[in-house]
Design a protein around this ligand. Structure first.
Ligand SMILES: Cc1ncc(COP(=O)(O)O)c(C=O)c1O
Length: 454
């Protein structure tokens, strides 16, 4: 029996041992205390599955870093990258290239409203950097408002915009960034008892923040349409429309960060499509080509694009719109449309994951709340349902969460874990049978969490 990539188990295990040894000697890992990590080696991937260095098959309900929306090794995307590599590997950004042009057309067609021009980057953080730069130059203002409980990327402006503890050690350069609270009923800052109150009070808080910061100084409000890493808090009805109205009133640019929530993750092309709101700038990455080759970008409104018709845009990247990355995007977007992958994500969310996770919540006292849509779900794990005391503190981890993560892995399930939350974020191509398999494995792992409840 060989692995999907043709490696024999023996060859895979030898390769894994060598890779691990070299990794620990030479690779410096993101966001980690280097001496304290024991990273998993992956030797093969296929669809919703990955194989680890010991030959175990795991169901990938993390989509890696919530990016493999189309699943692993999709044959049409692999073929498109191979074909592009054989035809034309690289061109400088100042030249026109067929893959880039077509990717821009396909993305512009799918983004909401008239966001018809696309600036390509290598990933999500750069997309956010450039969106903010465009907003500042377009408005002539400097301040940017963004919410606590958010993640916008690891580069200078993006990490300063981020509303999670990864910002703290990087906070020195945050001139002009102001954080506010967004709606999150389960842990409401506004003493709200229902979604309507939460929405109204969060909007009133934002309006006050704008008034106190000085509306004429504010270039942009940056929001994840549905915050991802921070907890998949689907905004209550009316909230995003209310933010749009405040932006219109004060001439503030609305930047929707769709890096994690875009390209099918929520069961629509973009999360903001659920709310009938059109931003001025929309950032994307991850799902645009499922990360087969690094790619991100900004979709730009006609008014902002026009600012740079006769004035040079002061920004660029050697690999902007790289042919391999944009060819992968073209194949991904075409396959998503042809194979009804986004419809699948919506159906799996509505028919399997949503009901299945709620059913788990009925039996596991450690689940405080289930929230999400499409293939974008979070379980809020708590020690005590009555007080909502989290199973790990904000910004930290705990013995209980470490045990839950280990149990998932031992059961054969990869999930995304952040503080006290467990995110169920499989590829958009996940089948009903795979989703049910994942729920059964989760059921098993959650018994470990239950032992830590009061
Ligand atoms: C909403 C959001 N914005 C930006 C980023 C940064 O993207 P990248 O890691 O590609 O730079 C992420 C990554 O998780 C994200 O979730």
């Amino acid at each position: 029996m060989t692995l999907p990539n043709g490696l024999t188990p023996e060859a895979a295990s030898q390769q894994a041992a060598r890779a691990y040894e070299l990794d620990r000697r030479h690779v410096f890992h993101s966001w980690s205390a280097q001496a304290q990590i024991n990273p998993m080696t992956i030797t093969a991937t296929q669809g919703c599955y990955v194989w680890d260095g010991d030959g175990n098959r795991l169901l990938d309900f993390s989509s890696q870093l919530v990016n493999t929306n189309i699943g692993h090794q999709h044959p049409k995307v692999v073929a498109a990258v191979q074909e592009q590599a054989a035809t034309l590997c690289t061109v400088a950004p100042q030249h026109v290239n067929a893959a880039r042009s077509e990717a821009a057309r396909l993305i512009a067609e799918r983004t909401p409203g008239e966001l018809n021009k696309i600036f390509f980057t290598n990933g999500g953080a750069e997309a956010v950097e450039h969106a903010v730069r465009m907003a500042r130059l377009h408005t002539g203002r400097y301040k940017v408002l963004t919410r606590y409980r958010s993640y916008h990327g690891g580069t200078e402006t993006a990490i300063n915009l981020t509303g999670d503890p990864r910002r703290w050690p990087n906070d020195h350069g945050n001139a002009g960034v102001v954080h506010f609270f967004g709606p999150f009923l389960y842990r409401t800052q506004f003493h709200a008892s229902n979604e309507t109150e939460e929405s109204e009070r969060a909007l009133a808080h934002l309006e006050q923040t704008i008034a106190f910061e000085g509306p004429s100084t504010i270039a942009a409000i940056v929001l994840e349409s549905i915050p991802g890493t921070a907890g998949i808090m689907v905004p209550p009805p009316g909230y995003l429309a209310g933010v749009r109205a405040l932006c219109d009133k004060h001439g503030i640019i609305l930047i929707a960060d769709e890096v994690m929530s875009g390209f099918g993750r929520t069961g629509k092309w973009f999360a903001i499509d659920h709310f009938d709101v059109v931003p001025d700038l929309l950032t994307f990455a991850k799902g645009v080509n499922s990360g087969y080759v690094p790619l991100g970008g900004v979709a730009i409104s006609p008014a902002i694009a026009a600012t740079f018709d006769d004035r040079a845009y002061p920004g660029g990247l050697t690999y902007s719109g790289h042919p391999l990355a944009t060819a992968a995007a073209v194949a991904t977007i075409d396959a998503m449309a042809d194979e009804r992958i986004i419809e699948n994500a919506a159906d799996i969310g509505a028919e399997v994951l949503g009901p299945g996770l709620r059913e788990l919540a009925a039996r596991h006292p450690s689940i405080g709340e289930v929230r999400g849509t499409g293939v974008f779900w979070a379980l809020e794990l708590v020690r005590d349902r009555a007080t909502r005391e989290p199973l790990a503190p904000y910004g930290g981890t705990s013995q209980a969460m470490t045990e839950v993560a280990a149990e998932c892995r031992a059961a054969g399930l990869l999930v995304f874990i952040n503080f006290n939350r467990l995110h169920v974020v499989p590829p958009c191509v996940v089948s009903a049978a795979e989703a049910k398999e994942g729920l059964a494995l989760l059921d098993q792992a959650l018994t470990v969490a239950d032992r830590h409840t009061v």
